[in-house]
Design a protein around this ligand. Structure first.
Ligand code: FAQ
Length: 336
């Protein structure tokens, strides 16, 4: 980790200027410890969420109703794995290794998004996850494309593009169901009843209870507060639900002419706290599966490390004066 100079040093002034100009901080720039810590926490929690978030949907790959639906869902779950990898790479540029970040997840020290501790009970839940969960993720993540930390901002551009496909596939599943038989429509309605509250909680606690928001906004990591983004999301999904022929079971949900926004009911914050403390319906199952998958993958990591070592050795041997060149393939170090 970078040694911190005294406050108001040239480095600090330079950092402040970059933030003030709304430019990007890059990995080799000096940055305050708190900025580095905040980003490492947020980006790694985000990466963990993508990886754990594969589980509720992966459960449905074998049960998806057609070959086409299986292929689409499989591609989506693979995308989530890719997002996890870009994000771990972005987090590593801040000086903590991926092994360490993964260990924080496996030991229960690091958080991941509350939403992935809820089960996907029916095929319609896969639609609700795509439409509402990916929809909330997009709403929260598009502003992160303008985050002050370059590697995170750049990773988010591609992630957001892929997320919008994910949201469309969820919408399409729900559209088919809500225009199908009465039973299918009911299944779609029940799925959004289950996911509405937890999806709104993805934006984090209310602003008054959000210890990190103020500083993160001052550093241009977050561009909007949790409540601002939650409101933006509600304003977006209410007309979309109408277009689906579905509704949200929130008696306080109504258009407020004066505010120019939808009012909505208080969310169950006691439940939110309980879920992030590990007591949600699926927390232990999610962590158990993740630990098992990590153990099962040990041989892949070992094989990849051995191959990387072999390539590094080949490059070393090759660099001796007068040595014969090895093939291009052997000379390319494996980034694993
Ligand atoms: N769940 O002061 P704040 C996805 C924690 S990816 C669990 O407001 P901050 C794609 C927070 O960490 C979904 N914990 O914190 C997908 C902090 O705890 P700490 C993930 C939460 O960081 C779709 C404490 O509460 N997205 O969906 C949650 O300023 C489908 C205080 O909170 C991201 O990670 C929560 N919902 O704002 C994949 C986006 N909310 O660390 C598969 C990037 C808050 O002090 C399938 N992250 N906490 O112990 C962010 O934008 C921010 O970190 C927030 C929280 C907005 C999540």
């Amino acid at each position: 980790m970078t040694q911190q100079p005294a406050p108001h040093s040239q480095d600090q002034l330079h950092f402040d200027q970059i933030i003030e100009e709304d430019s990007r901080i890059e990995p080799r720039d000096w940055m305050p410890d708190g900025y580095r810590r905040t980003l490492t926490r947020q980006i790694s929690q985000h990466a963990h969420s993508e990886i754990i978030g594969m589980q509720p949907e992966a459960n449905w790959i074998s049960r998806a109703p057609s070959l086409k639906r299986k292929a689409i869902l499989m591609a989506k779950v693979q995308d989530e794995a890719g997002h996890g990898l870009y994000l771990y790479s972005a987090a590593e540029t801040l000086g903590t290794s991926r092994d360490e970040l993964v260990e924080q997840l496996l030991s229960g020290q690091a958080k991941y998004s509350s939403i992935f501790n809820y089960p996907a009970r029916t095929w319609a839940d896969i639609g609700a996850i795509g439409w509402l969960v990916d929809g909330a993720a997009i709403c929260n993540q598009v502003p992160l494309c303008r985050c002050s930390y370059g590697p995170y901002a750049r990773a988010m551009v591609r992630i957001c593009k892929e997320e919008s496909f994910h949201q469309r596939q969820g919408w399409e599943i729900l559209y088919e169901l809500s225009h199908g038989t009465p039973e299918q429509k009911q299944m779609a309605q029940e799925a959004i009843n289950r996911f509405y509250g937890p999806a709104l909680q993805m934006f984090g606690p209310p602003d008054g209870d959000s210890p990190h928001s103020q500083q993160s906004m001052a550093w241009n990591i977050k561009r909007f507060s949790n409540d601002e983004l939650r409101q933006r999301f509600v304003d977006m999904i209410v007309p979309q639900a109408e277009a689906l022929g579905l509704h949200f079971e929130d008696p306080d949900l109504k258009w407020n002419e004066e505010r120019g926004h939808y009012d909505f009911g208080e969310l169950d914050w006691a439940e939110f706290r309980s879920v992030i403390q590990g007591n949600g319906p699926c927390n232990s199952q999610r962590m158990q599966r993740r630990r098992q998958a990590h153990e099962d993958g040990a041989w892949v990591r070992e094989a990849a490390a051995a191959y990387a070592q072999k390539c590094a050795d080949a490059v070393q041997v090759d660099s001796r004066p007068g040595a014969l060149n090895t093939s291009m393939e052997e000379r390319t170090p494996a980034h694993v």
